[in-house]
Design a protein around this ligand. Structure first.
Ligand SMILES: *Cc1c(COP(=O)(O)O)cnc(C)c1O
Length: 408
């Protein structure tokens, strides 16, 4: 007989997953059972500082009291209507999200990949209806080493072979140029281009920050050439970099903004395409949709998330804690860290490969009570909840120093 869930150890639960769960992930061997703020606790009651924060889906920490209250209140009233009917939570969510981002109209979806897919559809329709691109010929220019999600269309323009291999045939209509290269972009954009789709900071690629002026250049180029600028801020947005949006570091407003992850407060999947009215206006009834998109629970939580960002407190925290993070990483340069890139409370840290792979470093950190995730090779990503304290952050950096000192 199967033991009740509460009696099973972490090792039992990890073993139990193997035969019944698809092997599309290789998680660290930690089984989380509860969490609060920046801390999680495993089945045996061991505590870990969460330095990944659900890939920035947990910017406000685990179970932020205000967000949990919004979710509970909504659970007691109304959870789902479908968009066949209106619900009383959606208007406010859209109003406040549009105001927060400086754009006009919101298309609510659920996951990040759906927001990307929806943004692509909006851009293509805009190209045909407004720009006058001949039917079926619209192209979208993207950057190498991008990460925009896992659907068949999205992996069609990935440059990561492990994301693509075995999943063809691929969706046509995409052109890949090097990231952070305005000349290449200038060359790739032509009269068939519907949009340029980029991440203002490439998260999965290792927190790659483009040169100052790149985002301004993309904005200027897309405006001059008459195509849309789509910014995928699913990971970079909503406070992480010390601003509501990473594009704000260059005071740039894209035509189309893609949001997800933290928009659901770490509680429910909530994503959105936010765009200028002339762009989003191309969609008519029946042309796009989602059963769960804009559901009242998602709207209630999303509105509460927007409320947290309206205060500016989390953006400020990311900015202030970012100083602590950079100070700590600077001290590790040459002591196991070969380089790092950081913006706000977000860093990609290149560890000396002689000390181990990113995976090995992550496992050692786990044994010391710190949860992180490697990205590629020997790069680890640090992105704790924005609610982490400066002391907790310093302590985590101290643990990283200790782990790097022992390694090799
Ligand atoms: C995570 C992510 C996505 C995909 O979001 P899902 O919710 O996993 O589908 C898309 N773009 C970026 C930049 C991301 O970080």
């Amino acid at each position: 007989m199967t033991a009740p869930a509460h009696a099973r150890t972490s090792a039992d639960l990890i073993r139990a997953e193997e035969p019944v769960l698809a092997h599309n992930y290789h998680p660290l061997p930690v089984v989380v059972a509860r969490a609060e703020g920046a801390w999680v606790e495993d089945v045996e009651g061991r505590r870990y500082l969460d330095m990944l924060a659900g890939y920035s889906a947990l910017n406000f920490g685990h179970r932020h009291p205000g967000l949990i209250r919004a979710a509970h209140d909504q659970l007691d009233r109304l959870t789902l209507t479908s968009r066949a009917f209106h619900n009383d939570r959606l208007a406010e969510f859209a109003e406040r999200l549009a105001a927060l981002t400086g754009l006009d109209m919101v298309l609510p979806m659920n996951t990040g990949a759906e927001a990307v897919e929806s943004g692509i559809k909006v851009a293509r329709k805009w190209a045909y209806d407004v720009k006058g691109v001949p039917d079926g010929q619209a192209t979208i220019v993207v950057a190498a080493d991008n990460f925009h999600g896992r659907t068949t269309t999205i992996v069609s323009f990935s440059t990561d072979e492990s994301a693509r291999a075995g999943f063809g045939p691929f969706t046509p209509g995409f052109k890949v140029v090097p990231y952070n290269d305005l000349a290449a972009l200038e060359e790739a954009v032509d009269e068939t281009t519907a949009a340029v789709l980029i991440e203002p900071i490439q998260g999965e690629a290792g927190v790659i920050i483009p040169d100052a002026g790149y985002l301004t250049g993309v904005r200027e180029l897309t405006r001059r050439k008459g195509c849309l600028f789509i910014a995928d801020e699913i990971q970079s947005g909503l406070g992480r970099t010390g601003r509501t949006l990473a594009v704000e570091h260059e005071s740039v407003v894209p035509d189309v903004l893609l949001l997800g992850k933290a928009l659901g407060g770490g509680i429910v999947p909530v994503s959105a395409v936010v765009a200028r009215r002339e762009v989003m206006g191309v969609l008519g009834p029946g042309e796009h949709g989602s059963t769960f998109g804009g559901n009242p629970l998602a709207a209630a939580v999303g509105t509460a998330v927007v409320g947290l960002l309206e205060t500016g407190e989390f953006q400020r925290r990311a900015d202030d804690l970012g100083l602590v993070l950079r100070e700590g990483l600077e001290a590790l340069r040459g002591h196991g860290v070969t380089g790092y890139r950081a913006r706000g409370l977000w860093a990609g840290v290149d560890v000396d490969p002689a000390l181990g792979t990113g995976r090995e470093i992550s496992e050692r950190l786990m044994r010391e009570g710190i949860l992180v995730k490697d990205t590629h090779g020997s790069t680890i990503r640090l992105a704790p909840p924005l609610t982490v304290t400066a002391d907790e952050l310093r302590s985590a950096l101290g643990t990283l120093e200790k782990v790097l000192g022992q390694a090799g």
